[in-house]
Write a protein that binds this ligand. Structure first.
Ligand code: HEM
Length: 151
C-alpha cells in the first residue's frame, strides 16, 4: 500500500504481511469464518446488516452458506489487496471497489476498523509482534484509501 500518505510500508513490512498471509491462504475458509465469528461475537449488531442470516443464532451462523460466502469473499479481497502491495494504483482501484460495494450496505469506515482490530487480534495469536504490527500498518493504508474512495 505504498501510495498511502500516512504510513509507508517498508519492504520488510510487506514481506511480513505476504509471508503470514501465505500461511492463512492454506485455510481461507477457516480464517474467514474465524474472523467473522469473532466479529459478530464482539459486535452482534453487525449481523443485522446481512438480511440472509440476520436472525440466525450465532451458534448456527457458521454453518450458513451466505455467511460463509461473505467470509470467504473477504479473504479473497484481502488476498487481492495483498497481491498488489507493490502496485499502488491497482491496490487503490481494488480498495475503492470494496469501499463502494459497501456504501449501499451501510458499512462505514469505522466498521472496517473494528473488523481490522478483530483480524489483528487473531493474527497476534498465530504470528509474532512484528508481523502483527505490519498488519496494523497495512490497515492504516487501507483506511486512508477507502476514505478517499467514498469522499
Ligand atoms: C476488506 C473487507 C471486506 C471485503 C473485501 C468485503 C467484500 C464484500 C463483497 C465483494 C461483497 C459483495 C458485494 C456485491 O455483491 O455487490 C460484500 C457484501 C457485503 N459486505 Fe463485505 N467485505 C468486507 C468487509 C465488510 C464489513 C466490515 C462489513 C460490515 C459488517 C461487511 C458487510 C457486508 C454486507 C452487509 C454485504 C451484503 C451481503 C448481502 O447482500 O448478502 N463487509 N462484501
Amino acid at each position: 500500500m505504498g501510495q498511502c500518505e500516512s504510513h509507508t510500508l517498508t519492504d520488510k513490512d510487506k514481506n511480513l504481511i505476504r509471508d503470514s498471509f501465505a500461511v492463512m491462504k492454506k485455510d481461507m475458509k477457516g480464517y474467514g469464518i474465524r474472523f467473522f465469528m469473532e466479529f459478530f461475537e464482539q459486535y452482534p449488531s453487525y449481523q443485522q446488516l446481512f438480511p440472509a442470516f440476520a436472525d440466525v443464532p450465532l451458534s448456527e451462523v457458521k454453518d450458513n452458506a451466505k455467511f460463509k460466502a461473505h467470509a470467504i469473499t473477504v479473504m479473497y479481497g484481502l488476498s487481492s489487496v495483498i497481491s498488489a502491495l507493490d502496485d499502488p494504483e491497482v491496490q487503490e482501484a481494488m480498495i475503492t471497489k470494496i469501499a463502494r460495494q459497501h456504501i449501499t450496505r451501510k458499512v462505514v469506515q469505522d466498521d472496517y476498523r473494528k473488523l481490522a482490530e478483530v483480524i489483528g487480534k487473531v493474527v497476534a495469536t498465530v504470528f509474532n509482534e512484528e508481523t502483527t504490527a505490519a498488519w496494523f500498518k497495512g490497515y492504516e493504508c487501507f483506511d486512508e484509501l477507502a476514505r478517499k474512495a467514498v469522499a
